[in-house]
Design a protein around this ligand. Structure first.
Ligand code: CMP
Length: 141
């Protein structure tokens, strides 16, 4: 087991539904600690850059539109195996395939408006954390 950090986003659909606290409760319930957080409205340039890896996908344009449609909350989660722990608690990308009791099964609207984002591996976690936060923004708990 290793202490890790991962980048998480509460997406516009979940912010609009006023369930930020319910989602934070899911993170904290599985032992993840929020060590940095901020609400922000992504610009088109930021959303395009964050999802650059998906640029060739047919849903890229809609994804950028959606992620800029309202504010998001970005946070760094810390804990043992934080990357996989967060992915387990989020559930599958498509809420119809997500395990019961996961965030996406309980709160997501669709494969696009799927409530949360979480880094998918250690390198992605590092670059996604750096995308939103300076080292000084991350607090020791
Ligand atoms: P996320 O974990 O943020 O990573 C990429 C995002 O693209 C994903 O969550 C979904 O919001 C979105 N996405 C993935 N597949 C599709 C799809 N088939 N149609 C629309 N959006 C998708």
């Amino acid at each position: 087991m290793t202490l890790e950090r991962t980048l998480s986003i509460v997406k516009p659909d979940a912010v609009a539904k006023n369930i930020i606290g319910k989602i934070y409760d899911r993170f904290e319930s599985v032992g993840l600690t929020i060590v940095a957080c901020r609400m922000t409205q992504l610009s088109r340039e930021q959303a395009e850059a964050f999802y650059e890896v998906h640029r060739q996908r047919p849903f890229y344009g809609e994804l950028v539109e959606y992620m800029t449609s309202g504010p998001v909350v970005v946070q760094v989660l810390e804990g043992e195996d934080a990357i996989q722990t967060n992915r387990r608690v989020m559930g599958a990308t498509n809420p119809e395939e997500a395990e019961p009791g996961t965030i996406r099964a309980d709160f997501a609207e669709s494969v696009q408006a799927n409530a949360v984002h979480g880094s998918d591996g250690p390198e992605t976690a590092r670059s996604e954390i750096d995308f939103f936060f300076d080292e000084g923004d991350v607090c020791q708990r």
